[in-house]
Each structure stands twice: as C-alpha cells, then as structure tokens.
Design a protein around this ligand. Sequence first.
Ligand SMILES: [Zn+2]
Length: 93
Amino acid sequence: MELALNVAIFMPTELTAEYNSRMSRWNSEGLRLDQLSWALSRPDIVREYRKLDKCMLCMRPGVNAAGLCDICLAIISPEMRDLAEKWLRGIGP
Ligand SMILES: [Zn+2]
C-alpha cells in the first residue's frame, strides 16, 4: 500500500512504531477471510477501513458501512453477512 508507506516515512518514531504494530495486525493487503468475523467485532478496524474507503478483504475502493465492498459482501458466509449487516443497519458489532 503505497500511501501507507509514505505516511509511515514522515511520522515521528513513536507514531511509526504504533503504526507498524497496528499494520501488522491490520494487514495492508486486506484481511484473510478467517479474520473477518473478528474484524467485524472490532469498531476500530471497521472504522479504519471505512476511513480508507478500502474493502477489508480485497482492498477495493468504495466500501459500505461494514468496511466491505459489494462483491465481498455477496461472497461471505451467511454468518459473516449477519455480522456485516449489523454495521449496515447502524447497530455496529
Ligand atoms: Zn471486497
């Protein structure tokens, strides 16, 4: 993720360390499918991807309130879609 790398370069050391520890958990390549239900339970993560406007799974721009694009929303399991729909309805995790 080119933008993220540029941001990290200009951040003070403490912030960069904080950033790196966050990014090691929030994979810049997008989350694995098996991490999605965990991510949907974490408002900080969902908000981060919404702010980036990148899908949590495929990093495609243009995400809904759950931090997912329409395509990923369509392919995830019904259990995960239930979690995502709570975000879409504004309920949250
Ligand atoms: Zn997606």
